[in-house]
Design a protein around this ligand. Sequence first.
Ligand code: NAP
Length: 297
Amino acid sequence: MFDIAIIGAGPAGMSAAIYARRAGLSVAVFEGEMCGGQMILTPEVENYPGIAHISGAELSYTMSEQMRTLGTEVIDSHVDKVTASDCYTVSAGGKEYTAKTIIIANGAKRRKLGIEGEEKFSGRGVSYCAVCDGMFFKGKITCVIGGGNTALEDAIYLSRICEKVYLIHRRDEFRAKKILVDGVLSTPNIEIIYSAMPKEIIGDMKVTSVVINTADGERTIDTSAVFVAIGLEPQNQVFEELVALSDGYIVAGDDTHTTRDGVFAAGDTRTKSLRQIVTAAADGAMAATEAEKYLFG
Ligand code: NAP
């Protein structure tokens, strides 16, 4: 039996594992995809204290190596279920594992637009990750949907690869940080289309255009790719019988305590006001420390 089962290996889960291993606890981290979570999809990280500039992929790799070197057991399986009895049973990849405490750090996934053509052209021009897929559209015209930090970061990243990037936002004001807004405004090959909602993605074998609704009526933009960056959606259906949720997020404060003793929630998956790599990492440290207190008083 593990002292702690950590679900998810983004910055929250990996930070929890690092703290827990350094406290001498036995730790299993369950990760169905690559270690890093949303961080791995981030082109450039420039707000993590002590590291002026690093790619999300490199920071993910560094954290993962640190976590593994400390002796964390990483189980490459997606968690299907967690049940509570005298201890916790984690069902993952057709096997069952037991643990005395649980830290849920499964993050959140990118939201979908839900418009015609999105599903059909997913992987054929529709993408949720500029860093992963941007190079496929080298020298081409692309567009990014959204007005938050991710959309603007993606637009800036793509502007260095693509001939032109349309940034399509539903309002006339961005919610992204000023440094990113200044960045898109000063990039000559980014054209911003404000107050526009995507209606349909069109193509044959691959995406050829996107139809948007604007104040002046419908407009068709020729593009080879549509990068969707319209926010995050928690993936907590599997935990709804274990802990309380609010709008899909696990109800937990800064101490990471959920509504169930022995279960902690860290990072983007919990109710919180600031979702950043540094706040996820801080949550992981807190959750591991609270789990240790729960185990040993
Ligand atoms: P976000 O901040 O929630 O922004 C989502 C954007 O998509 C908003 O501009 C929103 O429009 C728009 N949107 C939402 N639903 C839409 C729809 N159905 N159709 C069209 N547009 C839609 O999401 P995010 O940018 O992915 O960021 C997620 C979290 O990670 C945030 O907390 C963010 O601050 C953080 N993050 C931080 C950094 C950084 O610090 N460098 C980088 C990336 C992400 P409205 O503005 O009109 O609501």
